[in-house]
Design a protein around this ligand. Structure first.
Ligand code: ATP
Length: 331
């Protein structure tokens, strides 16, 4: 079976972007691939969570994975820090990752610009750790959203570089995977621009209560409406339509599109429709998250079982890697 790896940082509740960019593919892939889905707690250290926040975040993502339908009998679900081999491989990969290419990464530049007082080395080498996460299991496919496209490209580069340097084919070159085989997905935020993100303050969480969902959608940025028939949609309006495209019955989306094109659209109606569709979609997930969070023993069992399987796979790769590098027992 082809191998699949992907992870989510425990930096907040999962949102619609995480679901449609990543988790939806996880659910599909677990049926026919050998999947490793992890909670990227080491990656989350770049923003310095307190120990309490870190632990709450990890439990939350674990519960949300399970509530969304990731099945620990089908996929290996694990916590990144339970597999120390990942950081060992990361150290080795760092020796062939160059400052220039890391500095040019868009996500690094963005984060450094947004938070200039915390431009740490972990942030710079984020793509190296991500490469290690992926290639330590020899993944062929990585289901991630559009925001991770460049980081995945770096992982491909690091894998190929290691193979060439040690004249081996130890690492397959991982490829992006999208739900429907089309383009990588980017779910927009409700603030009119950019992507929806846990740390952006513009997300609708899967566990969000209906009142709050309605409030957020009704407040989404719009404009005065089109004045000419068939005019192009400005970004905030296009964003609402993008969300509708994934949440709403296509026949209803068509009606709103027609209304936009003949300038009769009422954004209030569109938002009401969208809010109700999001509420309907998220309600069962929210309920299950609460049930799972109340069952610590079950979560512990899942994490233990996952850690064991993930370590086994990581240890096997690391052994090969160390032999290739030339580390062997000399004495
Ligand atoms: P943060 O804001 O803390 O960076 P995030 O919400 O961007 O968090 P990550 O943990 O970085 O989430 O990403 C987890 C997965 O969700 C990745 O596969 C990423 O591509 C996907 N993802 C995150 N946001 C979106 C989005 N708006 N659209 C599509 N996919 C997304």
């Amino acid at each position: 079976k082809p191998i699949v790896v992907s992870g989510i940082r425990p930096t907040g509740n999962l949102h619609l972007g995480n679901y449609f960019g990543a988790v939806r593919s996880f659910l599909k892939m677990q049926e026919e691939y050998n999947c490793y889905f992890f909670i990227a707690d080491i990656h989350s250290l770049t923003t310095h969570p307190t120990p309490e926040n870190l632990q709450t975040g990890v439990k939350q993502v674990l519960a949300e994975y399970l509530a969304c339908g990731i099945d620990p009998e089908k996929a290996t679900i694990f916590i990144q820090s339970d597999v120390p081999e990942i950081t060992e491989l990361y150290t080795f990969l760092n020796m062939n990752a160059y400052l220039g290419e890391l500095e040019r990464t868009t996500s690094f530049k963005d984060k450094a610009r947004k938070n200039p007082e915390n431009v740490n080395a972990g942030l710079l080498t984020y793509p190296v750790l991500m490469a290690s996460d992926i290639i330590i299991h020899k993944a062929q496919y990585v289901p991630v959203g559009k925001d991770q496209e460049q980081n995945l490209e770096m992982a491909r580069k690091f894998a190929g570089r290691f193979n060439r340097m040690y004249k081996s084919e130890v690492f397959p070159i991982p490829r992006p995977f999208t739900f429907d085989g089309g383009d990588m997905i980017k779910i927009p935020g409700l603030d009119g621009s950019g992507k929806m993100g846990k740390s952006e303050g513009n997300a609708i969480a899967l566990v969000e209560d209906p009142k709050s969902i309605r409030k957020k959608v009704m407040r989404a940025v719009t404009d005065a409406g089109p004045t000419e028939p068939n005019s192009p949609k400005p970004e905030p309006i296009q964003n609402l339509f993008t969300l509708m495209d994934i949440m709403t019955d296509p026949a209803i989306v068509q009606q709103f599109n027609d209304a936009y094109n003949d300038c009769s659209i009422r954004y209030g109606d569109l938002k009401k429709q969208l809010a109700e569709d999001i509420v309907t979609f998220t309600a069962p997930i929210r309920e299950r998250v609460n049930e799972i969070l109340a069952d610590e023993a079950y979560m512990a069992k899942v994490a233990r079982m996952g850690a064991e399987k993930a370590r086994e796979s990581a240890q096997a790769t690391l052994k090969e890697v160390k032999e290739l590098i030339g580390f062997k027992k000399l004495f």
